[in-house]
Design a protein around this ligand. Structure first.
Ligand code: NZQ
Ligand code: ZN
Length: 380
């Protein structure tokens, strides 16, 4: 087991109608809120109105920034920072999926300073203050509702990077599974893939504490059991709740107790695909994970077998990898690049991008030769 520090200050409010406590909660942090949303789903399905009425009935003045795109970009973050500064806001309320919440986290660091927010994301500056954030999650996937990470793209510098700072833990996060029943089939599937991928990143990190291995395997098993049921019953709130809790547990720190960190190589490889082709995050992972496992099979076969035995009851690394591929297919997430319209003529571009950004894992290093092999597996 590795040494570790456990810290998670986010207060989680979980369950149907839990948003009834939103107004009084936000009021603790001030009277003027910057409400940040995505491209329109929250208005279409009525969540926006519920949140606004909660805030207004508690006497909170609301300034709105809408339009955060999936795979969020730094330009939106910069505009929301300007709006927040101009209006002298006290608190940020993030209503949406990972893209909205991640953007809001960087906005929370950007409002108190005149520094360039991309300098935080790239670790050039170390911000010391943040505006408090309250989130209302509408898509189960990333775990951002209970962690201190944010991932944003910058097309000028050609990067999609993750940044972690304890100042970015949401103060409170509201998770009502009925807010996720409108998530379409494809993003429901990508969310299930993402939570499994977070569990796998933890599992392949340095350090193998037995109790955490078991918890991590159980999170994956729960998603493998209930994910396909949910895919056939998208409005089932109980199934939505199970997947929502799985997703939070997969990346709120628990799965890396007793570890140095997760590996995160697969996420790094997937982020480059999202940057180049705007691939949805979960879809990038169901393509990269099987390829990475195939590359790693001769190097860490025992560890892959432990995983396969725990999750699927199989006894070899090959069967473990095949079981993950079959599962991703079963929930209709892509497992090869050509399934999402990326053809062989992009092979060179992807390999170049991996080399340029020196894509690697924190536990399992990836060489340029490994990049080529992984890209081959993603086309095979
Ligand atoms: O923009 P709107 O109209 O809201 O539509 C969104 C978007 O099109 C829609 N959606 C969200 N909630 C909905 C809904 N549609 C109907 N009903 C609802 N209730 O779903 C689409 C995808 O939303 P997005 O927020 O982009 O998805 P997700 O939550 O998967 O977030 C992905 C982003 O999170 C980053 C990813 O890299 C990606 O940029 N990640 C963040 C992490 C973190 N902070 O810890 C870790 C993850 O590994 C990941 O990297
Ligand atoms: Zn992820």
């Amino acid at each position: 087991m590795e040494n570790f520090v456990a810290y998670n200050p986010t207060r989680l409010h979980f369950g149907e109608n839990i948003v009834e406590n939103l107004g009084t909660t936000v009021k603790q942090y001030g009277k003027k809120a910057l409400l940040i949303c995505g491209k329109g789903s929250v208005k279409k399905y009525g969540y926006f109105d519920q949140v606004i009425s909660q805030l207004q009935s508690s006497g909170i003045e609301v300034v709105e920034y809408s339009g955060i795109k999936s795979n969020p970009i730094i330009e939106d973050v910069e505009k929301a920072i300007q709006l927040g500064k101009k209006n002298n806001i006290d608190v940020i309320v993030a209503l949406g999926g990972g893209s909205v919440i991640d953007s809001s986290k960087i906005v929370s660091l950007g409002i108190p300073t005149d520094d360039n927010p991309w300098d935080f994301m790239t670790w050039k500056l170390n911000p010391e203050k943040a505006i408090p954030i309250v989130t209302i999650l509408t898509l189960a996937a990333t775990g951002t509702e209970m962690n201190a990470a944010a991932v944003v793209q910058n097309h000028t510098t050609g990067q999609k990077v993750g940044y972690v700072n304890p100042l970015m833990f949401p103060k409170d996060s509201f998770l009502d599974p009925s807010f996720t029943v409108s998530v379409p089939k494809n993003y429901t599937s990508f969310g299930i893939v993402d939570l499994i991928a977070h569990s796998l990143e933890a599992f392949f990190g340095k350090g193998e504490p037995s109790v955490i291995d078991q918890i991590t395997i159980d999170i994956i098993k729960d998603a493998v059991k209930f994910g396909p049921l949910l895919m056939n019953d998208l409005t089932n709130v109980e199934l939505r709740a199970k997947i929502m809790l799985d997703a939070t547990l997969a990346l709120n720190g628990l799965t890396t107790y007793g570890k140095k960190s997760g590996d995160w190589g697969v996420h790094a490889l997937g982020h480059e695909l999202s940057l180049l082709f705007d691939t949805p995050h979960g879809a990038s992972l169901s393509i990269v994970y099987p390829a990475w496992l195939k590359l790693m099979q001769p190097r860490i076969s025992e560890r892959i077998i432990t995983l396969g035995k725990g999750v699927f009851g199989v006894n070899s690394a090959e069967e473990t990898i095949d079981s993950f591929i079959d599962f991703f297919k079963k929930i209709e997430s892509p497992v090869l690049l050509n399934e999402i319209g990326i053809n062989e003529n992009k092979r060179g571009l992807i390999i170049e991008q991996y080399a340029k950004n020196k894509v690697s894992g924190m536990n399992h290093d990836l060489s340029e030769d490994d990049h080529k092999k992984i890209v081959d597996f993603m086309f095979a």
